[in-house]
Write a protein that binds this ligand. Structure first.
Ligand code: HEM
Length: 205
C-alpha cells in the first residue's frame, strides 16, 4: 500500500491514552456490574472487587488528563469540533449509510481524510462520551471515594444516593457506547483494519 493511501491518525500519546482507557473502562464495567450483583467467590471477595474498581477508576482519571491535555495542545482536538449547520442532516446521512447503504455497496457519505478523521456519528458519540459521560463518571467517582465531600441531602434524598445513581447511569451509557464502538470499529476496509490502526497509529484509506 502506498504512502498516499494511509494517514497517521493516532499519535503515540493518543494510543497510550486509548490503551489505558480501554483496559481501565473494561475493568470498571466488569467490577461495576459485579458490585451491583454483590458477586463473591472464595478467591475474589467483594472488597477485592471494590479495590480493583477504585484502582481502575484512578487509572482512567489519570489517562483522561492525558487525553484532555493532548487534545488541547495538539491538533487532535480539532477533530472533535462540530458544526451546527447540517447537524441533523449529516447524522441522518451517516445513519442511513450504516443501516442500509453499506450493505448495498454504497460509498461512505463522509470519506475520511487528513481533514476528517471522524464521520458525523463518530464525532457526536466521541464528543458526548469523552466530554460529558466520562467526566461525569470521573467526578462522581471521586466524590464517592470521599463521600464526606458530598452534600447531605437534596430534595429529601441522600446526596450519596443521587451521586451513585448518576455514576452508575453514566457507567451504563459508557457500556452501551463501548458495544456500539466495537461494532462500528469493525466497519472498515476489512473488519480488523481499524483495530490495527489504533495500535499502529496508521489508518489505511
Ligand atoms: C476493548 C476496548 C476498545 C477497543 C477495541 C477500541 C477500538 C478503537 C478503534 C479501532 C479506534 C479507531 C477507529 C475509530 O475511530 O473508530 C478507536 C478510537 C477511539 N476510541 Fe476506542 N476502543 C475501545 C475502548 C474505548 C473506550 C472504553 C472509549 C471511551 C470511553 C473509547 C474511545 C475512543 C475514542 C474517543 C476514539 C477516537 C480517538 C481519536 O482519534 O481522537 N474506546 N477505538
Amino acid at each position: 500500500m502506498g504512502t498516499s493511501e494511509k494517514i497517521y491518525f493516532y499519535p503515540l500519546w493518543l494510543r497510550i491514552w486509548h490503551a489505558f482507557n480501554a483496559l481501565g473502562i473494561l475493568t470498571l464495567i466488569i467490577t461495576g456490574i459485579s458490585m451491583q450483583s454483590s458477586f463473591e467467590t472464595a478467591i475474589i471477595g467483594f472488597n477485592t472487587v471494590v479495590n480493583l474498581h477504585n484502582i481502575a477508576g484512578i487509572l482512567v482519571f489519570i489517562s483522561y488528563l492525558l487525553f484532555f491535555t493532548g487534545n488541547l495542545v495538539t491538533g487532535n482536538g480539532k477533530y472533535y469540533l462540530m458544526k451546527i449547520k447540517g447537524f441533523f442532516k449529516n447524522l441522518t446521512k451517516q445513519g442511513t449509510y450504516y443501516a442500509w447503504g453499506m450493505f448495498h455497496g454504497q460509498k461512505s457519505p463522509f470519506p475520511l481524510s487528513e481533514k476528517r478523521k471522524f464521520n458525523p456519528l463518530q464525532k457526536i458519540s466521541y464528543l458526548l462520551v469523552m466530554y460529558f459521560a466520562v467526566p461525569i463518571v470521573i467526578i462522581t467517582g471521586i466524590a464517592l471515594l470521599f463521600p464526606e465531600i458530598i452534600i447531605d441531602q437534596t430534595w429529601g434524598l441522600s446526596g450519596v444516593f443521587l451521586t451513585a445513581i448518576l455514576h452508575s447511569t453514566m457507567g451504563f451509557l459508557i457500556s452501551i457506547f463501548l458495544i456500539i464502538h466495537l461494532y462500528i470499529a469493525s466497519v472498515g476496509k476489512s473488519p480488523l483494519d481499524n483495530y490495527k490502526a489504533i495500535i499502529s497509529g496508521w489508518h489505511h484509506l
